[in-house]
Design a protein. Structure first.
Length: 342
Protein backbone atom coordinates (compact mmCIF):
# COMPACT_ATOMS: atom_id res chain seq x y z
CA UNK A 1 0.00 0.00 0.00
CA UNK A 2 1.28 3.45 -0.91
CA UNK A 3 2.48 5.38 2.15
CA UNK A 4 0.37 8.36 3.16
CA UNK A 5 1.97 11.25 5.05
CA UNK A 6 -1.13 11.88 7.16
CA UNK A 7 -0.92 11.10 10.88
CA UNK A 8 -3.70 9.11 12.54
CA UNK A 9 -3.95 9.17 16.32
CA UNK A 10 -6.20 6.69 18.09
CA UNK A 11 -7.49 8.21 21.31
CA UNK A 12 -8.62 6.06 24.25
CA UNK A 13 -10.17 7.68 27.34
CA UNK A 14 -9.59 5.34 30.28
CA UNK A 15 -10.70 5.07 33.88
CA UNK A 16 -9.67 1.93 35.81
CA UNK A 17 -9.29 -0.17 32.66
CA UNK A 18 -6.29 -2.33 33.64
CA UNK A 19 -8.10 -5.52 32.57
CA UNK A 20 -8.71 -4.47 28.96
CA UNK A 21 -6.41 -1.56 28.08
CA UNK A 22 -3.45 -3.71 26.95
CA UNK A 23 -5.48 -5.94 24.63
CA UNK A 24 -7.23 -2.92 23.08
CA UNK A 25 -3.95 -1.07 22.46
CA UNK A 26 -2.31 -4.16 20.93
CA UNK A 27 -5.30 -4.66 18.61
CA UNK A 28 -5.03 -1.16 17.13
CA UNK A 29 -3.58 -1.38 13.59
CA UNK A 30 -0.03 -0.03 13.22
CA UNK A 31 -0.90 1.39 9.81
CA UNK A 32 -4.23 2.42 8.26
CA UNK A 33 -4.69 3.25 4.57
CA UNK A 34 -0.96 3.84 4.30
CA UNK A 35 -0.95 6.22 7.30
CA UNK A 36 1.13 5.68 10.42
CA UNK A 37 -0.84 5.29 13.63
CA UNK A 38 -0.06 6.57 17.13
CA UNK A 39 -2.03 5.90 20.30
CA UNK A 40 -2.96 8.41 23.00
CA UNK A 41 -4.52 7.36 26.31
CA UNK A 42 -6.10 9.92 28.62
CA UNK A 43 -5.93 8.36 32.06
CA UNK A 44 -8.90 9.98 33.83
CA UNK A 45 -7.70 9.64 37.42
CA UNK A 46 -7.50 5.82 37.45
CA UNK A 47 -6.69 4.19 40.78
CA UNK A 48 -5.41 0.95 39.25
CA UNK A 49 -2.50 0.21 36.87
CA UNK A 50 -4.14 1.69 33.76
CA UNK A 51 -1.44 4.37 33.34
CA UNK A 52 1.53 2.03 33.76
CA UNK A 53 0.11 -0.69 31.50
CA UNK A 54 -0.80 1.80 28.76
CA UNK A 55 2.76 3.20 28.75
CA UNK A 56 4.30 -0.28 28.64
CA UNK A 57 2.05 -1.08 25.67
CA UNK A 58 3.53 1.81 23.70
CA UNK A 59 0.83 4.45 24.13
CA UNK A 60 1.43 8.10 24.98
CA UNK A 61 -0.39 8.82 28.25
CA UNK A 62 -1.86 12.04 29.62
CA UNK A 63 -3.25 11.79 33.16
CA UNK A 64 -5.81 13.68 35.19
CA UNK A 65 -5.04 13.87 38.91
CA UNK A 66 -8.63 12.85 39.65
CA UNK A 67 -11.60 11.48 37.77
CA UNK A 68 -13.14 14.37 35.83
CA UNK A 69 -15.59 12.54 33.57
CA UNK A 70 -15.64 11.46 29.95
CA UNK A 71 -16.46 14.94 28.64
CA UNK A 72 -13.40 16.50 30.27
CA UNK A 73 -11.22 13.54 29.24
CA UNK A 74 -12.30 14.06 25.62
CA UNK A 75 -11.37 17.74 25.72
CA UNK A 76 -7.96 16.93 27.23
CA UNK A 77 -7.39 14.35 24.50
CA UNK A 78 -8.46 16.82 21.83
CA UNK A 79 -5.92 19.41 23.00
CA UNK A 80 -3.10 16.85 23.15
CA UNK A 81 -3.92 15.35 19.76
CA UNK A 82 -3.84 18.74 18.05
CA UNK A 83 -0.44 19.44 19.58
CA UNK A 84 0.75 16.03 18.36
CA UNK A 85 -0.05 17.12 14.81
CA UNK A 86 -2.88 14.70 14.08
CA UNK A 87 -4.59 14.83 10.70
CA UNK A 88 -7.22 12.30 11.80
CA UNK A 89 -8.37 11.30 15.26
CA UNK A 90 -10.17 8.06 16.06
CA UNK A 91 -11.97 7.94 19.39
CA UNK A 92 -12.61 4.42 20.73
CA UNK A 93 -13.50 3.10 24.19
CA UNK A 94 -10.74 1.38 26.15
CA UNK A 95 -12.93 -1.35 27.65
CA UNK A 96 -12.98 -3.66 24.62
CA UNK A 97 -16.59 -2.88 23.78
CA UNK A 98 -15.63 -1.95 20.20
CA UNK A 99 -13.22 -3.76 17.89
CA UNK A 100 -10.06 -1.82 16.97
CA UNK A 101 -9.99 -3.86 13.76
CA UNK A 102 -12.90 -1.71 12.53
CA UNK A 103 -10.89 1.52 12.87
CA UNK A 104 -9.97 1.26 9.19
CA UNK A 105 -13.68 1.39 8.26
CA UNK A 106 -14.03 4.57 10.31
CA UNK A 107 -11.01 6.29 8.76
CA UNK A 108 -11.55 5.37 5.10
CA UNK A 109 -14.46 7.83 4.45
CA UNK A 110 -12.25 10.70 5.69
CA UNK A 111 -9.26 9.76 3.53
CA UNK A 112 -11.11 8.67 0.39
CA UNK A 113 -14.32 10.73 0.41
CA UNK A 114 -13.40 13.89 2.29
CA UNK A 115 -15.86 13.26 5.15
CA UNK A 116 -15.21 15.38 8.26
CA UNK A 117 -16.93 13.36 10.99
CA UNK A 118 -17.53 9.59 10.94
CA UNK A 119 -19.71 8.04 13.64
CA UNK A 120 -20.16 4.39 14.52
CA UNK A 121 -23.74 3.14 14.33
CA UNK A 122 -24.42 0.26 16.74
CA UNK A 123 -28.03 -0.18 15.70
CA UNK A 124 -27.81 -0.92 11.96
CA UNK A 125 -27.18 -4.39 10.50
CA UNK A 126 -25.79 -5.38 7.11
CA UNK A 127 -29.23 -4.89 5.53
CA UNK A 128 -29.47 -1.33 6.90
CA UNK A 129 -32.25 -2.31 9.29
CA UNK A 130 -32.48 -1.39 12.95
CA UNK A 131 -31.33 -4.04 15.42
CA UNK A 132 -30.77 -4.10 19.17
CA UNK A 133 -27.24 -5.23 20.11
CA UNK A 134 -27.00 -8.44 22.11
CA UNK A 135 -27.16 -7.98 25.89
CA UNK A 136 -27.96 -4.26 25.59
CA UNK A 137 -30.72 -3.29 28.07
CA UNK A 138 -33.95 -2.43 26.25
CA UNK A 139 -34.41 0.81 28.17
CA UNK A 140 -30.98 2.02 27.00
CA UNK A 141 -31.64 0.90 23.43
CA UNK A 142 -34.94 2.74 23.09
CA UNK A 143 -33.57 5.68 25.06
CA UNK A 144 -30.72 5.99 22.54
CA UNK A 145 -33.15 5.83 19.62
CA UNK A 146 -35.26 8.57 21.20
CA UNK A 147 -32.18 10.71 21.76
CA UNK A 148 -31.17 10.14 18.13
CA UNK A 149 -34.59 11.32 16.94
CA UNK A 150 -34.22 14.48 19.01
CA UNK A 151 -30.75 15.25 17.64
CA UNK A 152 -31.89 14.42 14.10
CA UNK A 153 -34.76 16.88 14.49
CA UNK A 154 -32.46 19.60 15.78
CA UNK A 155 -29.80 19.26 13.05
CA UNK A 156 -32.19 18.31 10.20
CA UNK A 157 -30.25 15.12 9.40
CA UNK A 158 -31.28 11.54 10.15
CA UNK A 159 -29.15 9.51 12.59
CA UNK A 160 -29.86 6.27 14.45
CA UNK A 161 -27.06 6.46 17.00
CA UNK A 162 -25.73 9.72 18.46
CA UNK A 163 -24.20 8.30 21.65
CA UNK A 164 -21.66 5.87 20.24
CA UNK A 165 -18.12 6.32 21.59
CA UNK A 166 -16.49 5.02 18.39
CA UNK A 167 -15.82 8.00 16.09
CA UNK A 168 -13.33 9.53 13.66
CA UNK A 169 -12.61 13.22 13.04
CA UNK A 170 -10.77 15.02 10.27
CA UNK A 171 -8.30 17.75 11.17
CA UNK A 172 -10.85 20.37 10.09
CA UNK A 173 -13.43 18.89 12.44
CA UNK A 174 -10.91 18.79 15.30
CA UNK A 175 -10.06 22.46 14.82
CA UNK A 176 -13.70 23.55 14.51
CA UNK A 177 -14.97 21.50 17.43
CA UNK A 178 -15.83 23.67 20.45
CA UNK A 179 -17.47 21.80 23.32
CA UNK A 180 -18.49 22.95 26.79
CA UNK A 181 -20.09 19.86 28.38
CA UNK A 182 -18.09 18.17 31.15
CA UNK A 183 -20.45 15.21 31.58
CA UNK A 184 -20.38 13.89 28.01
CA UNK A 185 -19.55 15.10 24.52
CA UNK A 186 -21.31 12.70 22.14
CA UNK A 187 -24.58 14.49 21.37
CA UNK A 188 -23.07 17.96 21.61
CA UNK A 189 -20.57 17.05 18.87
CA UNK A 190 -23.40 16.37 16.43
CA UNK A 191 -25.08 19.72 16.97
CA UNK A 192 -21.78 21.61 16.96
CA UNK A 193 -20.36 20.10 13.75
CA UNK A 194 -23.66 19.78 11.86
CA UNK A 195 -24.53 23.42 12.49
CA UNK A 196 -21.14 24.39 11.01
CA UNK A 197 -21.92 22.53 7.80
CA UNK A 198 -19.35 19.74 8.16
CA UNK A 199 -19.90 16.48 6.31
CA UNK A 200 -21.07 13.70 8.64
CA UNK A 201 -21.33 9.99 7.81
CA UNK A 202 -22.29 6.95 9.89
CA UNK A 203 -20.66 3.53 9.62
CA UNK A 204 -22.11 0.28 11.07
CA UNK A 205 -19.96 -1.09 13.91
CA UNK A 206 -20.10 -4.20 16.06
CA UNK A 207 -20.37 -3.81 19.81
CA UNK A 208 -20.16 -6.07 22.87
CA UNK A 209 -22.16 -5.54 26.04
CA UNK A 210 -20.83 -7.23 29.15
CA UNK A 211 -23.57 -8.34 31.52
CA UNK A 212 -21.37 -7.95 34.62
CA UNK A 213 -20.20 -4.45 33.69
CA UNK A 214 -22.04 -1.21 34.46
CA UNK A 215 -21.67 1.86 32.27
CA UNK A 216 -19.67 4.59 34.00
CA UNK A 217 -21.46 7.26 31.97
CA UNK A 218 -25.02 5.89 32.03
CA UNK A 219 -25.07 3.81 35.22
CA UNK A 220 -27.91 6.00 36.51
CA UNK A 221 -30.31 6.36 33.58
CA UNK A 222 -32.25 9.26 35.09
CA UNK A 223 -29.08 11.20 35.94
CA UNK A 224 -27.58 10.47 32.52
CA UNK A 225 -30.74 11.55 30.67
CA UNK A 226 -31.08 14.73 32.72
CA UNK A 227 -27.46 15.79 32.17
CA UNK A 228 -27.49 14.88 28.49
CA UNK A 229 -30.69 16.83 27.84
CA UNK A 230 -29.18 19.80 29.67
CA UNK A 231 -26.17 19.76 27.33
CA UNK A 232 -28.39 19.35 24.26
CA UNK A 233 -30.68 22.22 25.23
CA UNK A 234 -27.75 24.52 25.98
CA UNK A 235 -26.11 23.68 22.67
CA UNK A 236 -29.39 24.12 20.76
CA UNK A 237 -29.94 27.45 22.53
CA UNK A 238 -26.46 28.63 21.51
CA UNK A 239 -26.65 27.53 17.86
CA UNK A 240 -30.36 27.96 17.08
CA UNK A 241 -31.50 30.62 19.58
CA UNK A 242 -34.38 32.06 17.54
CA UNK A 243 -35.94 28.62 17.01
CA UNK A 244 -35.21 27.69 20.64
CA UNK A 245 -37.05 30.70 22.09
CA UNK A 246 -39.92 30.37 19.60
CA UNK A 247 -40.45 26.77 20.79
CA UNK A 248 -40.41 27.91 24.43
CA UNK A 249 -42.97 30.63 23.65
CA UNK A 250 -45.53 28.22 22.18
CA UNK A 251 -47.29 27.45 25.49
CA UNK A 252 -47.57 31.08 26.75
CA UNK A 253 -48.65 32.09 23.21
CA UNK A 254 -51.45 29.51 23.23
CA UNK A 255 -52.58 30.63 26.69
CA UNK A 256 -52.62 34.29 25.64
CA UNK A 257 -54.51 33.55 22.41
CA UNK A 258 -57.14 31.37 24.17
CA UNK A 259 -57.65 33.80 27.05
CA UNK A 260 -57.75 36.81 24.73
CA UNK A 261 -60.21 35.12 22.35
CA UNK A 262 -62.48 34.10 25.22
CA UNK A 263 -62.47 37.61 26.67
CA UNK A 264 -63.16 39.20 23.27
CA UNK A 265 -66.11 36.88 22.54
CA UNK A 266 -67.52 37.53 26.02
CA UNK A 267 -67.21 41.30 25.52
CA UNK A 268 -68.92 41.18 22.10
CA UNK A 269 -71.90 39.40 23.62
CA UNK A 270 -72.19 41.27 26.93
CA UNK A 271 -70.35 44.58 26.30
CA UNK A 272 -68.58 43.93 29.60
CA UNK A 273 -65.50 42.08 30.89
CA UNK A 274 -67.23 41.22 34.18
CA UNK A 275 -66.89 38.68 35.80
CA UNK A 276 -63.81 37.56 33.82
CA UNK A 277 -61.45 40.46 34.42
CA UNK A 278 -58.89 38.01 35.84
CA UNK A 279 -58.70 36.40 32.39
CA UNK A 280 -57.75 39.80 31.03
CA UNK A 281 -54.80 39.93 33.40
CA UNK A 282 -53.84 36.39 32.32
CA UNK A 283 -53.97 37.53 28.68
CA UNK A 284 -51.79 40.57 29.38
CA UNK A 285 -49.24 38.59 31.43
CA UNK A 286 -48.75 35.74 28.92
CA UNK A 287 -48.77 38.10 25.94
CA UNK A 288 -45.99 40.12 27.56
CA UNK A 289 -44.12 36.92 28.43
CA UNK A 290 -44.38 35.72 24.82
CA UNK A 291 -43.12 39.05 23.52
CA UNK A 292 -40.14 38.94 25.92
CA UNK A 293 -39.20 35.43 24.74
CA UNK A 294 -39.34 36.54 21.10
CA UNK A 295 -37.21 39.58 21.91
CA UNK A 296 -34.66 37.36 23.67
CA UNK A 297 -34.64 35.08 20.63
CA UNK A 298 -33.88 37.96 18.25
CA UNK A 299 -31.14 39.31 20.54
CA UNK A 300 -29.59 35.85 21.01
CA UNK A 301 -29.71 35.28 17.25
CA UNK A 302 -27.77 38.52 16.75
CA UNK A 303 -25.14 37.42 19.28
CA UNK A 304 -24.95 33.98 17.63
CA UNK A 305 -23.90 35.60 14.35
CA UNK A 306 -21.14 37.39 16.26
CA UNK A 307 -20.09 34.15 17.99
CA UNK A 308 -19.94 32.25 14.68
CA UNK A 309 -17.61 34.90 13.29
CA UNK A 310 -15.51 34.58 16.44
CA UNK A 311 -15.35 30.81 15.96
CA UNK A 312 -14.09 31.30 12.42
CA UNK A 313 -11.36 33.56 13.80
CA UNK A 314 -10.64 30.95 16.49
CA UNK A 315 -10.32 28.25 13.81
CA UNK A 316 -7.61 30.23 12.00
CA UNK A 317 -5.91 31.16 15.28
CA UNK A 318 -5.76 27.49 16.28
CA UNK A 319 -4.32 26.58 12.89
CA UNK A 320 -1.64 29.29 13.07
CA UNK A 321 -0.81 28.49 16.69
CA UNK A 322 -0.34 24.78 16.02
CA UNK A 323 1.78 25.42 12.94
CA UNK A 324 4.01 27.80 14.87
CA UNK A 325 4.09 25.46 17.87
CA UNK A 326 5.30 22.51 15.81
CA UNK A 327 7.88 24.68 14.06
CA UNK A 328 9.30 25.67 17.44
CA UNK A 329 9.68 22.07 18.58
CA UNK A 330 13.28 20.92 18.35
CA UNK A 331 14.27 17.41 17.33
CA UNK A 332 15.60 16.74 20.83
CA UNK A 333 12.52 17.96 22.70
CA UNK A 334 9.32 16.35 21.55
CA UNK A 335 7.37 16.56 24.81
CA UNK A 336 3.98 18.18 24.39
CA UNK A 337 3.30 21.27 26.43
CA UNK A 338 0.03 19.82 27.68
CA UNK A 339 1.88 16.79 29.05
CA UNK A 340 4.16 19.01 31.13
CA UNK A 341 1.10 20.65 32.69
CA UNK A 342 -0.36 17.38 33.97
Amino acid sequence: MKENNQKIIVFLPAYNEEEKIVSVIKAVPKEICGCKVEILVVNDGSKDKTKELAKKSGAIVVSHLQNEGVGRAFQTGLEAILEMGADIMVNIDSDGQFSPKEITNMVRPIIEDGVDFVVGDRFINEKCKLKMPKNMPQVRYYGNLLMAKLISFLVKQKFNDVSCGFRAYSKKALLMLNLTGKFTYTQESFIDLASKGLKIQTVPVSVKYFLERKSRVANNLFYYTLNTLKIILRTFRDYKPLVFFVYISIIPLIISVVSGSFLLVHYLYTKSFTPYKIIGFIFIYFSAFTFILWALGFLADMFTRIRLNQEKILFYEKTNYLNNYRNRQSENNKDLKIFNNR
